[in-house]
Design a protein around this ligand. Structure first.
Ligand code: PGA
Length: 239
């Protein structure tokens, strides 16, 4: 049995002060011991939230560069994240693929770098609406997963976190149905391992999380909008 994992993806939201306010309120409420919780804040707030959150709650970045250091103006490297006690990093989010030219090839390089620094990659995959309409979902997701896992050992694959996020469901209020999600999660399971944590993302809310979590291959959620609100995120964790 895989322990349910819930990850907040704040995207480009919350100043340091706002992030601190969230975390102070968040730690007031007890979390169920059988759930793993991770908060992925903007880079600027990582150090502050790590100070406030107990070690039982993970902290992660939303992206990183694949090189260890170098002339990459504006970028952040894996050793910089490790220094801030980050344990996780989101890699290949569809917004990074869409607006920042990330490809299956850069996603793969970033995964290798993250693993080299003992950062747990949260690898995002998912199809566009037009791809779903053309019945290409399986091909798209299979290609993304196979590119991501190239050169990884069985152990590394077991330790990956994969987030299936249909692009048409992100921030739209139109989540995949539990059946639609499960069909893709089953495919991802067949390509990875029984231990790999496979999260659903895309308009997760306190209202739809229970039916999503009832699916056999959904091990948790990558939560955007609803994770900005302490009570909503807690309700999702306590589904
Ligand atoms: P959403 O975002 O929950 O706001 O749809 C999810 C994500 O992009 O990770």
């Amino acid at each position: 049995m895989i322990q349910p994992l819930f990850i907040a993806n704040w995207k480009m939201n919350k100043t340091v002060a706002e992030a601190e306010t969230f975390c102070r309120a968040f730690v007031q409420q007890p979390l169920p011991i059988d759930r793993t919780v991770v908060v992925c804040s903007p880079f600027t707030a990582l150090a502050s939230i790590r100070q406030i959150l107990p070690n039982t709650i993970g902290v992660g970045a939303q992206t990183m560069h694949q090189a260890d250091s170098g002339a990459f103006t504006g970028e952040i490297s894996a050793p910089m994240l490790v220094e801030l006690s980050c344990q996780y990093v989101i890699i290949g989010h569809s917004e990074r693929r869409q607006y920042f030219a990330e490809t299956d090839a850069t996603v793969h390089e970033k995964i290798l770098t993250a693993l080299r620094y003992n950062l747990k990659p949260i690898v995002c995959v998912g199809e566009l609406l037009v791809q779903r309409q053309n019945n290409e979902t399986e091909t798209v997701v299979r290609t993304q997963i196979q590119a991501a896992m190239r050169e990884l050992s069985t152990d590394q694959i077991a330790n990956l976190v994969i987030a299936y996020e249909p692009v048409w469901a992100i921030g739209t209020g139109l989540a995949a149905t539990p059946e639609q999600a499960q069909a893709v999660h089953a495919l991802i399971r067949s390509l990875t391992s029984a231990q790999t944590r496979i999260l659903y993302g895309g308009s997760v809310t306190p209202e739809n999380i229970t039916s999503l979590m009832a699916q056999p291959d959904i091990n948790g959620g990558l939560v955007g909008g609803a994770s900005l609100d302490v009570q909503k995120f807690l309700q999702i964790i306590n589904y």
